[in-house]
Design a protein. Structure first.
Ligand code: CUA
Length: 384
């Protein structure tokens, strides 16, 4: 809006105190500007989010399609499918109840409407009790609730029951941290973060992944809607769940329990891959980190600036466990638990000050100078 024009005397309308109007107008200007600012920031966030969630997508080695909408009505894994059918049943029953109630209500409103002044004096017929109808509206809801309880109990049993496969199942330990996910593959001695790789289930090569959920600090919630229901990750307790995804793709998920400033940027990506790609990924993750002498100074700076007290890089002096393991950092497509694409520009911004990309995250501004940023950046970029 053109605030200047509004404030000139010609712009004032007759009546009303000029100074009040001016104050109001200025306040209006301020609030619209503030709204515009919020709108701009929101648009920027949304654009960034769209970029991260699959449009146009972040390049992945074997070109997995990204399922960018987290939708419980398009299940792509065992438990999610069971939950989907339960929700279809519940929603159908509720839809029938809604139609019956809304239909009767509409009928009553139309049929018993006021038909003229005579209606104002007349009293409708007075009815007391009615055993049949009272039984009907007591017994029917009880029956409906009993059916829903039984079906829900059966579904809970089905999705928590230990699954066949036993020792051949993949096992995952996922630990929620403020504000990222530690991902451990105890059978394969692999540790990564935020981006979870699992094999796809097929008739020839059945694959099931059992997941243990824990937390290192506060309560978090692990939810990838197309793969399974939400499961809590709480301190001092182990929750378990399993997934059996049958469509290879990248699935997106979120932390679902408000855990602090960056709760919304505690994103999950699940890469459901063909068995051979998954095995290849595991083999790559098991390798020691690349040790390129050309960037040795970067590793020195990394350790000297106490990055290594929070982050681990296998075979080096960096062995912290407070932040994500960086041994194969460049095999991940995003950084900051999905807050930005893992490219040179974003990584530079992150090293200069993580609070810019992820305000409130627990990695402080390390006050690195430009040379240190360049060296550490060059080093990290080699950790394929
Ligand atoms: Cu972790 Cu919200």
């Amino acid at each position: 809006m053109n605030l200047g024009k509004d404030l000139t005397p010609e712009g004032w309308h007759a009546g009303g105190c000029a100074s009040t109007r001016m104050r109001r107008s200025a306040a209006f200007g301020r609030s619209t500007r503030r709204l515009a600012g919020i709108g701009k920031r929101l648009l920027f966030k949304l654009a960034g989010y769209a970029l991260l969630t699959g449009w146009p997508g972040i390049a992945v080695a074997e070109d997995l399609p990204i399922r960018s909408v987290q939708n419980i009505f398009t299940p792509k894994s065992g438990p999610a499918e069971t939950l989907f059918w339960l929700s279809v049943l519940v929603l159908s029953i509720c839809a029938v109840i809604f139609l019956v109630v809304a239909g009767l209500l509409t009928y009553a409103v139309i049929h018993y409407r006021r038909r003229g002044p005579a209606d104002d004096e007349a009293e409708p017929p007075q009815v007391y009790g009615g055993a049949a109808i009272e039984l009907a509206w007591t017994v029917m809801p009880i029956l409906i609730v009993v059916v829903l309880v039984l079906v829900t109990a059966r579904t809970i049993g089905e999705i928590t029951r230990p699954q066949p496969g036993g020792n051949s199942n993949e096992e995952l330990r996922i630990i929620g941290h403020r504000f990222w996910w530690e991902v451990r593959y105890p059978k394969h001695n692999v540790v990564t973060a935020n981006e979870i790789h699992v094999p796809v289930d097929s008739r020839d090569q059945p694959a099931l992944t059992e997941i243990t959920l824990e937390s290192a600090d506060v309560a978090h919630g692990f939810w990838v809607p197309e793969l399974n229901g939400k499961t809590w990750a709480v301190p001092n307790y182990r929750n378990t769940m399993w997934i059996k995804p049958f469509l290879r793709a990248i699935y997106l998920g979120n932390c679902t329990v408000l855990c602090g400033d960056q709760h919304a940027n505690m994103l999950i990506r699940v890469f459901v891959q063909d068995r051979k790609d998954y095995d290849q990924w595991l083999a790559d993750q098991q390798k020691p980190p690349v040790a390129d002498p050309a960037v040795a100074q970067g590793l020195k700076e990394f350790v000297a600036n106490s990055c290594g007290t929070c982050h681990t890089i296998a075979t080096t002096a960096a062995n912290g466990v407070f932040g994500p393991d960086l041994t194969h950092f460049m095999s991940r497509t995003t950084l900051g638990a999905g807050v930005a694409a893992n490219n040179e520009e974003n990584l530079r911004s992150w090293l200069e000050d993580p609070q810019v990309l992820k305000p409130g995250c627990l990695m402080p501004d390390m006050k690195l100078n430009d040379t240190q940023v360049d060296e550490i950046l060059a080093y990290l970029r080699t950790l394929k």
